[in-house]
Design a protein around this ligand. Structure first.
Ligand code: TYD
Ligand code: MG
Length: 456
């Protein structure tokens, strides 16, 4: 077979070179050269604009004249996945599932595959042997004879199997292990990943077969491989969580067929992943009534309201430089909140070590958590407990004001449903009618007010 000709292209300015270079000679950027296949030139005759009439070309039509087709999605057993994908798997969709090694990507895909009924699946693994996959399937404990396993990394052989078996769904575990014999570079290199993903994308679109690609992520949290991989696929899912905790979050970073605001929550058990339908109950530990430094925040993750426990420990620092540590929460934000408490409420944290933690190993980016963190800090500082049936939702600004947060009603309803008795919210939330809810709403406008209300 003839080797494909390749060249190196600077991803920043587009300069080409026959050899790889560390620094682009044109734009002087570092590490921007990526190997690309040189497409054989089409004959100039075909591209001449004067010959345009001889070719069959698509013509423009009015948007109203296009018939809308409802694609029949494959709806899996897994409600979390269905929701995250926007209502099931779209035929011909190519979906990238990224995540750190060992987080449970293979488990998730195998579990979804063997739970599907009436759908023929080809699960291609380049990482594990057939017996290892069987062991995992035994742990999950479901039988499905329509789930075919192929341990292969050569793209040509995978395509042969795809042609002969004609599956309704294909899973590739992982895209980094595949290689196309048409290229010289090793499996996992940028050009191989792009070539293999490109071929699979063509297959998905031509045969209307959905394809899941599992991808590893780098230390920085990006999907290993070219950024274009994320552009090539229809949907990018991210599976995240911490190894020491059982919770796993499935997020969408991109979705051509649905919203990216959805979130799926799973719990890793000894027999596979369990869908978590009521996450708040799991994330709040019981008996926190007697402990200081614990507050519950009403946050929104994706589209879902989630009540989570925030913890703080403020103690006298033993060494000259006080320590600041935030787990699951931005440490710069913590420093800002401490500065607000110093300036606006007169608390001195200069000689105190401060540790904050979000339980369950969850990372929270919702600014509505600020108020709960502030109260947890004050509770630990004063060593006074906050009742466990009180929760908080509010962003804290630089001058100590408590600001309104989005979807406040959803947060209130969730807290109400879970039996909370009191909730602190910003007084600037518009159109809020406290009489509508069973839960007592305390509307506060600044941090001092919260302090007086809770601790004095
Ligand atoms: P795996 O799916 O192999 O991760 P990835 O493909 O993302 O690298 O899952 C790895 C971890 O999941 C492993 O440490 C064991 C754990 N696990 C369970 O706890 N329960 C189970 O039922 C299974 C199958 C795995
Ligand atoms: Mg794996």
């Amino acid at each position: 077979m003839a080797k494909v000709k390749t060249r190196y292209v600077c991803q920043n300015c587009g300069t080409t070179s026959p050899k790889w270079m560390g620094k682009c000679s044109a734009c002087e950027e570092w590490n921007t050269y990526v190997e690309e296949i040189v497409e054989p030139k089409t004959s100039p005759k075909n591209t001449r604009l004067s010959d345009i009439d001889k070719h069959q070309l698509a013509s423009a039509v009015s948007i109203e004249a296009i018939e809308s087709v409802q694609e029949r999605r494959i709806v899996s057993d897994d409600h979390e996945l269905n929701r995250v994908l926007g209502g099931g798997i779209v035929p011909g969709a190519i979906i990238l599932l990224g995540g750190e090694p060992g987080i449970g990507k293979s488990t998730l895909m195998l579990q979804i595959a063997i739970h599907l009924r009436g759908v023929k699946i080809l699960y291609v693994s380049g990482e594990e042997s057939a017996s290892q996959i069987k062991m995992r399937a035994d742990r999950i404990g479901v039988k499905n004879k329509d789930c075919l396993i192929l341990t292969e990394t050569n793209l040509y052989n995978i395509f042969k199997q795809l042609k002969s078996n004609r599956p309704d769904l294909c899973v590739i575990d992982s895209i980094q292990t595949l290689y196309s014999p048409a290229m010289e570079s090793t499996a996992g290199s940028v050009s191989q990943i792009r070539e293999c993903a490109g071929e699979l994308q063509r297959f998905a679109k031509e045969t209307h077969t959905p394809v899941f690609l599992i991808g590893h992520i780098t230390k920085e949290g990006n999907i290993a491989g070219p950024k274009v991989l994320e552009h090539m696929v229809d949907t990018v899912l991210q599976f995240e969580g911490q190894h020491h905790y059982a919770y796993r979050l499935l997020r969408t970073k991109k979705n051509r067929f649905g919203s990216t605001a959805e979130l799926g929550i799973y719990e890793m058990l000894h027999d596979g992943l369990r869908q978590v339908t009521n996450p708040s109950e799991l994330l709040i530990s019981e008996n926190s009534d007697q402990l200081s430094g614990i507050c519950i925040a009403a946050t929104i993750e994706g589209m879902r309201p989630l009540l989570i426990e925030t913890q703080a420990l403020v103690s006298r620092s033993a060494y000259g430089t006080p320590q600041r540590s935030a787990t699951g929460f931005d440490s710069r934000r913590l420093n800002m909140l401490l500065a607000v408490l110093e300036k606006k409420c007169g608390f001195r944290f200069g000689d105190k070590d401060v540790f904050t933690n979000i339980t369950g190993g969850i990372k929270v980016e919702d600014p509505a958590i600020d108020l709960a963190i502030i109260c947890a800090l004050l509770s630990s500082f004063e060593d006074v407990t906050v009742p466990s049936n009180v929760c908080f939702a509010g962003e804290v600004g630089l001058s100590g004001e408590v600001r309104s947060v989005n979807r406040i009603e959803q947060r209130i309803l969730e807290a109400d449903k879970l039996g909370f008795k009191k909730m602190f919210v910003s007084s600037s939330n518009k159109g809020l009618n406290p009489d509508k809810y069973d839960i007592k709403l305390v509307q506060v406008s600044n941090v001092q007010e919260v302090y007086t209300n809770l601790f004095q």
